[in-house]
Design a protein around this ligand. Structure first.
Ligand SMILES: Nc1ncnc2c1ncn2[C@@H]1O[C@H](COP(=O)(O)OP(=O)(O)OP(=O)(O)O)[C@@H](O)[C@H]1O
Ligand SMILES: [Mg+2]
Length: 277
């Protein structure tokens, strides 16, 4: 693993859906969802990936973990060209690079106890005994702000905010260096959103994790991102430090997105946690 370079480096990343020809010879649903995208995620930092619905954000998130295959471009994750990884290598990579999804109700198995959902990645990635697995799950659940009684519950017995904490604990249990957070708080109410964002920030400080934080909500991105990339119709329009993109955006579309944030006057140049809630 390369400790010096960026955690993730993406060049010319392209994904075309509907590449398979249909009876019409040319598939009318063919769509370049991600179009020659370049970006890096620096070690221990957060890149916020923003843009409207359908921009290709989730597709980028899936591509960089090779949950789906790219059509073009290169992805270097933790010093490894992931296109070169064997099935086993990819499996190993999945303990270092994980994902948190938008909806914890669908990302967690409804039939599994919370403790089993959180501990499960350890079965795949370690030789830990059952007792050790539960011990780690227990510690992590406490760390994300849940209490021991929650271990023995099923997902339907938890609130959305609690469940998203469970999903975070599950993503963290193998001690990853990189996490793709795809709209991780979109399903939560505003005050719970702020709490979960704070938790992600704290965990980053403690563990030096890098995040690719995907969101259409610029207020949230402002609370977590060091760098911001703006995406539209599969292309990256702009990328830069959060400070720069939020206060002095280059692209007209970025300015449009910023202007659309409710309660933000054009003159109000800075966001604070207070202005968010
Ligand atoms: N499996 C698929 N097959 C065909 N087209 C797809 C597939 N997944 C996504 N798309 C299309 O690719 C485009 C980008 O989708 P993607 O889910 O990456 O957008 P997004 O930016 O994450 O949007 P949202 O903010 O709504 O989550 C969309 O037009 C979508 O319809
Ligand atoms: Mg999405």
């Amino acid at each position: 693993m390369n400790a010096l370079g960026p955690t993730l480096s993406v060049k010319g990343l392209t994904k075309v859906y509907g590449r398979r020809p249909t009876l019409l010879r040319r598939n009318p649903h063919r769509l370049t969802a991600v179009d020659h995208v370049d970006f890096d995620v620096a070690a221990g930092e957060t890149l916020g990936l923003v843009g409207e619905s359908g921009a290709g954000k989730s597709t980028v998130g899936r591509l960089v973990l090779r949950l789906i295959e790219a059509d073009e471009g290169s992805i270097n994750l933790l010093g490894t060209d992931i296109a070169e990884l064997s099935r086993m290598g990819l499996r190993r990579m999945r303990s270092h690079a994980t994902m948190i999804f938008q909806d914890p109700y669908t990302s967690l198995d409804p039939r599994m106890l919370i403790k089993d959902s959180v501990a499960e990645p350890l079965i795949v990635h370690t030789d830990d005994s059952r007792a050790t697995r539960y011990e780690k799950a227990f510690e992590l659940l406490q760390r994300v702000g849940l209490d021991p009684a929650h271990m023995e519950r099923f997902p339907y017995e938890m609130s959305g905010g609690q469940l998203q904490r469970v999903a975070i604990a599950r993503a963290l249990i193998t001690d990853p260096s990189f996490i793709v957070c795809d709209e991780p708080v979109a399903a939560l109410d505003v005050s719970t959103q702020a709490q979960v964002i704070n938790l992600l920030n704290e965990l980053q400080q403690e563990r030096g994790i890098s995040y690719l934080f995907i969101s259409h909500d610029l207020r949230l991105v402002r609370l977590i991102a060091d760098e911001v990339a703006v995406m539209r119709h599969g292309r990256l329009l702009e990328i830069g430090s959060a400070e720069k993109v939020f206060t002095d955006p280059e692209d007209a579309y970025t300015r449009e997105l910023l202007a659309a944030i409710p309660g933000r006057s054009p003159r109000q140049r800075r966001f604070t946690a207070a202005s968010f809630t």
